[in-house]
Design a protein around this ligand. Structure first.
Ligand SMILES: CC(C)(COP(=O)(O)OP(=O)(O)OC[C@H]1O[C@@H](n2cnc3c(N)ncnc32)[C@H](O)[C@@H]1OP(=O)(O)O)[C@@H](O)C(=O)NCCC(=O)NCCS
Length: 331
């Protein structure tokens, strides 16, 4: 039998740099009270959210994704032509085809990159990171640009008391490249399609066209809350185990920002020491779906609360239902 050559790559990969982009419109809780029967107090107490950012007229998923990507590329110090693959994680791009990633790659001056979109909702960053790490370590890409970009405000039903206050827009991006030491622990991931109705697009394309309506996000908040505080807590612990570290060796915890009370429950389950820095960007940014984790990572590094070289546990969960997490070394 013919022996085909196999690609080989470096033993380890790491996140070399992170960047993010936040849209300009600040939407405080009070703004939403014209649409839903609620209060600033209820939203703050039940979720932690005080405000979120939504796109203005001159902003969209492309502008946010490009801004985040440019920042990550610049900080990484590599040239655009050293990037071989561009992955965009999103559930809010308007077009099912073509993917947006090829257009982003071209706009960024990255020549002839493998470029594609993935749809893993709020777990999308960790799903993409697992792919990026594998592409680098297998030698199929020297560097990967992973972007998570979302404009969930455009699919939010402002009259829905269960979701109107939760989501925000934004983008985060990282460059993944080769490393002397391991910077990305094994991914812990999975899915449960029987829970497809827990978070869903309220109308498929055919129904939307027939009705002349725009699809929105729907959610069974209680079911998701229960899943996140039970199953996802165990998955987060597994991320530490798979990376071979204990809670005492962790510096930073960046869980998906879905609800501050979910984060509190995860903290109790994991028994993280007091000195672990915990992302709480939900208070100012809401839930940015796939973009949440890289946006929170950038915010913690920029503010100085977290430092390059520290160990961080990241875990995302959302529509599918899907989840994914890993321990990383911060860029
Ligand atoms: C959405 C969420 C904040 C709702 O909070 P909750 O405590 O579950 O709310 P419930 O639906 O059980 O309702 C509790 C009470 O608040 C009321 N309520 C519901 N929405 C309200 C709102 N927007 N404003 C004020 N009151 C509200 C309900 O009527 C109910 O009142 P009652 O006790 O008098 O019957 C919460 O379920 C949640 O965060 N779920 C997980 C979301 C998530 O992780 N999503 C992931 C997406 S990736």
């Amino acid at each position: 039998m013919t022996n085909l050559k196999a690609s080989t790559g470096p033993q380890f990969a790491r996140i070399m740099a992170v960047g993010s982009a936040t849209p300009s419109r600040v939407i405080p809780n009070e703004f939403l009270l014209q649409y839903i029967d609620s209060s600033d107090e209820w939203i703050t107490q039940r979720t932690g959210i005080k405000e979120r950012r939504w796109i203005a007229e001159d902003e969209n998923i492309t502008t946010l994704s490009l801004d985040a990507a440019r920042s990550a590329i610049e900080r990484s110090g590599i040239a655009a032509d050293q990037i071989d693959a561009v992955i965009l994680s999103t559930i809010s791009h308007y077009h099912q085809t073509p993917a947006l990633a090829p257009q982003l790659a071209t706009e960024l001056g990255i020549p002839d990159a493998a470029a594609y979109d993935i749809s893993a909702a709020c777990a999308g960053f960790s799903y993409g990171l697992a792919q990026a790490e594998s592409l680098v370590r297998s030698g199929q890409a020297r560097h990967v640009l992973l972007i998570a970009g979302e404009t969930i405000s455009e699919i939010t039903d402002l009259t829905d008391r269960g979701t109107a206050f939760l989501f925000g827009d934004g983008a985060g991006a990282v460059i993944v490249g080769p490393s002397e030491t391991n910077g990305i622990g094994p991914v812990v991931w999975g899915s449960d399609g029987s829970q497809a109705g827990a978070i869903w697009q309220t109308r498929g394309w055919q129904e939307a066209v027939a009705e002349g309506t725009w699809p929105k996000l729907g959610m069974d908040g209680r079911a998701v809350f229960k899943w996140a505080t039970g199953f996802i807590a165990q998955a987060a612990k597994k991320c530490l185990d798979e990376a071979g570290i204990t809670a005492d060796e962790l510096d930073v915890f960046i869980p998906h920002q879905a609800n501050d009370r979910i984060t509190d429950t995860l903290l109790r389950y994991l028994k993280l020491p007091e000195n672990v820095v915990v992302a709480r960007t939900i208070r100012q940014l809401g839930n940015n779906s796939a973009a949440t984790i890289p946006m929170a990572m950038d915010a913690l590094l920029t503010s100085g609360e977290a430092k390059s070289g520290q160990t961080a546990l990241i875990i995302g969960f959302g529509a599918g239902l899907v989840y994914a997490g890993q321990v990383i070394i911060l860029p």
